[in-house]
Design a protein around this ligand. Structure first.
Ligand SMILES: [Zn+2]
Ligand SMILES: [Zn+2]
Length: 557
C-alpha cells in the first residue's frame, strides 16, 4: 500500500503573506514557498512578519529544500531567514532564483544555498520529490504551478496565477498541460490561490494597461511624470517604458530594488529598454520635464522608498513640484492602505497631480477572479480541494466556488495556518497541527513573539508608570532608603500630574513599609505588592491602564 503523504500549512492560510507549506513524502520535507508578510497598522513598529519555523527547526534534518513558485516577497522573502537555521536547496525559474538570491545575499547565506533552475514544462526529481512545472501568468514573470507526483497521486499547487490570455511576454498559463495531467493521471489534491475569490468576473489582461498608461502620458505633454509600481512587475515596467518611449521620453529608474530588478531582467532578456532610452537618476537635471518618465519604488507606501520620500520632500534626487504628475500603477496590498493614503496626501499637498487605480485603469490584478477560478477548477477536476493564499473569507468563498464547479462539499477542506492534512488510500484527513504563530522582525531582531506586541500596544495606548524603591536590609531590620521615586511617560502631566505622582508615591511607600513590617524581604514578593498597589491607585485615580513597572533595589533575591 503506498505511503500516506502529508501537507503542513505554515503560513498564508488566513492572511495575504508569509506563504509557506510543506509536503512530506517518504519522511522527507519539501517546502512550497517561504515568504514574508508586511505588518498591519496595529503591529506597532514591526518591519516584517515571518512564518513560524519551530516545526521546520525540529525537523531540519529532513528538509530537502524550497520550491519557489515565483519571485514575490510573500513567497521568497523569508528564505534568507530560514537559511539562518538550515542549509537549503532553492528550486525555481531563473528569474525567481535571481530575485531570491538578492534576499539571500542580504542575509549572507549564498554559500549555504544550492540553486536548481527549472524551465517551463520541466519535470525533475529531488530526493523522493517528483515535480513538474507548469507556466502560469501573474504579476511577476515566470511563475509556476507545481505538480508533485507522489505515491498518493498528483498534488497540484496553483502558485499565484491569473488566466491572462494576452500576457505581455506571450507566455500563457499552461491550461493544456494541466488538462493533460488531470485527464491522464488525475489530480488527487488541488491547492489553489484564493486572493480574488470574492471578485466577480475575469481579471483585466496586463496588456490592457499599456494603452491606458500611454493615453495618460500623451495627455501630459511637457510635464514631468513619475510612475510607481512593484519593482518585480517586469511586464508593467516594460509597458510603461514602451508607452513613455513612444511619447518621446527617456526612462529613469529610481529606488534600489527597481534599479536592481531592471538590470537583472535586462540581463535575462526579460525586459527590453534600449540603452539610449535609459538614464540614471543622477542625470535627471540634464533632461527637460517633458522628456523623462521616472519609474520608481514605493507604490505600497513603504516609508523608506523613493515615492514616500518624495511625498515628504526628503528625496535627495528629486523634489516634486506643482505640474508634476505621479501615477501609482498598483493597488495597496492589505495592511498597506493607510501608508499609501499618507503618501498620496503628501503628494497632493505639494500640488502634484496623483493618478491611481481608484480613478484610472492603471493597474491589473495578478490573481484569478472568480470566473477564472471556475475555469481552473473545471480543468483540474480535483478529487480533493484546499483553498490557499488568502484571508479566511477569501478561502471560504473559494471553497464555495469549488463545490459549485463540481467538487463534492465533503471533499473540500478549509484549513488555517498550523493545520496539516494526510492524503492516503482512504482519502484526505486532517492531521496533527503544528505551531504557526506570527514571528515578528524589527531591526535585526528576527524572533519577536506576540508578547512584545502586547507590551507595545499597552505602552502605546496607556504609557507607563514605574515605581523605584530602594531598601536597606540588615539582619532583621529593613528600611526604605530615601523616598521611592515615581517615573512615568505618556500617563499624566502638568500640575495635576505632579499631585497624582505625589499621591502615588505615598500609596507605594505605605504599602512597602507595611510589607517590611510584616517581614517580607524577597524581591518578587515586594514587586508584586508594589505592582498591585500602584495598579489599583492608577486605576481608581485616573481610570487609565498604563504599564506598571516596579523596580525594587536592595531586597533579597
Ligand atoms: Zn505573487
Ligand atoms: Zn502571493
Amino acid at each position: 500500500m503506498p505511503q500516506p503523504v502529508r501537507v503542513v500549512f505554515l503560513g498564508g492560510l488566513g492572511e495575504i503573506g508569509r506563504n509557506c507549506a510543506a509536503i512530506e513524502v517518504d519522511g522527507r520535507i519539501m517546502l512550497i514557498d517561504c515568504g514574508l508578510m508586511f505588518p498591519d497598522n496595529d503591529m506597532a513598529g514591526i518591519d516584517l512578519v515571518l512564518p513560524d519555523f519551530t516545526w521546520l527547526r525540529d525537523n531540519a534534518h529532513r528538509v530537502e529544500g524550497v520550491v519557489a513558485t515565483h519571485g514575490h516577497e510573500d513567497h521568497i522573502g523569508a528564505i534568507g531567514w530560514l537559511l539562518d537555521e538550515m542549509p537549503l536547496t532553492v528550486i525555481g525559474s531563473p528569474l525567481t532564483i535571481g530575485l531570491a538570491k538578492n534576499r539571500i545575499e542580504e542575509r549572507g547565506h549564498l554559500k549555504k544555498t544550492k540553486f536548481i533552475e527549472v524551465s517551463d514544462g520541466d519535470r525533475i526529481k529531488v530526493g523522493p520529490f517528483d515535480m513538474e512545472f507548469f507556466p502560469v501568468t501573474h504579476s511577476v514573470p515566470h511563475g509556476y504551478a507545481t505538480a508533485f507526483h507522489t505515491p498518493q497521486g498528483v498534488i497540484l499547487h496553483s502558485g499565484d496565477f491569473k488566466l491572462d490570455m494576452t500576457p505581455v511576454d506571450g507566455r500563457l498559463t499552461d491550461l493544456a498541460g494541466i488538462g493533460h495531467l488531470a485527464t491522464d493521471d488525475g489530480i488527487r489534491l488541488f491547492l489553489c490561490d484564493s486572493t480574488n475569490a470574492q471578485s466577480e468576473g475575469f481579471s483585466d489582461s496586463e496588456t490592457s494597461i499599456g494603452q491606458n498608461l500611454q493615453d495618460i502620458i500623451r495627455a501630459r505633454k511637457g510635464r514631468r511624470l513619475i510612475v510607481a509600481c512593484f519593482a518585480s512587475h517586469i511586464h508593467r515596467v516594460q509597458q510603461l517604458a514602451n508607452a513613455a518611449i513612444a511619447e518621446g521620453r527617456t526612462i529613469i529608474t529610481m529606488g534600489r530594488s527597481m534599479n536592481k530588478n531592471v538590470a537583472l531582467a535586462g540581463e535575462m532578456g526579460l525586459l527590453d529598454i534600449p540603452s539610449d532610452k535609459l538614464a540614471k537618476i543622477e542625470d535627471l537635471d540634464k533632461y527637460d520635464d517633458g522628456s523623462v518618465c521616472i519609474i520608481c519604488t514605493g507604490s505600497q507606501g513603504e516609508p523608506m522608498a523613493a515615492l514616500a520620500r518624495m511625498s515628504t520632500g526628503d528625496n535627495k534626487f528629486l523634489q516634486v513640484k506643482e505640474d508634476d504628475c505621479v501615477i501609482l500603477s498598483s493597488h495597496p496590498i492589505p495592511g498597506n492602505e493607510s501608508s499609501v493614503a499618507a503618501v498620496i496626501e503628501g503628494l497632493l499637498r505639494r500640488g502634484v497631480e496623483v493618478i491611481d487605480s481608484t480613478t484610472h485603469r492603471v493597474h491589473a490584478t495578478g490573481h484569478a477572479k472568480s470566473e477564472e477560478l471556475k475555469v481552473m477548477h473545471s480543468i483540474v477536476k480535483p478529487e480533493w480541494f484546499i483553498p490557499v493564499h488568502g484571508e479566511y473569507r477569501h478561502m471560504v468563498e473559494h471553497a464555495r466556488i469549488a463545490t459549485r464547479v463540481g467538487t463534492p462539499p465533503e471533499n473540500v477542506l478549509v484549513c488555517s495556518d498550523g493545520d496539516s492534512v494526510v492524503l492516503s488510500d482512504k482519502g484526505l484527513k486532517r492531521g496533527e497541527g503544528v505551531s504557526a504563530e506570527y514571528v515578528y522582525v524589527h531591526g535585526t531582531v528576527g524572533n519577536l513573539g506576540e508578547g512584545i506586541l502586547d507590551e507595545r500596544r499597552a505602552l502605546g495606548t496607556g504609557g507607563f508608570v514605574s515605581a523605584i524603591v530602594s531598601l536597606r536590609i540588615e539582619g532583621a531590620n529593613a528600611t526604605l532608603v530615601g523616598t521611592p521615586e515615581i517615573v512615568s511617560r505618556g500617563w499624566v502631566s502638568g500640575d495635576d500630574g505632579d499631585q497624582i505622582h505625589k499621591d502615588a508615591l505615598r500609596a507605594v511607600s505605605d504599602a512597602v513599609e507595611d510589607a517590611l513590617a510584616k517581614g517580607v524581604r524577597k524581591r518578587p514578593e515586594l514587586e508584586k505588592i508594589v505592582r498591585r498597589t500602584l495598579g489599583r491607585f492608577v486605576s481608581n485615580r485616573t481610570r487609565l491602564r498604563p504599564s506598571i513597572v516596579p523596580v525594587i533595589l536592595g531586597a533579597h533575591e
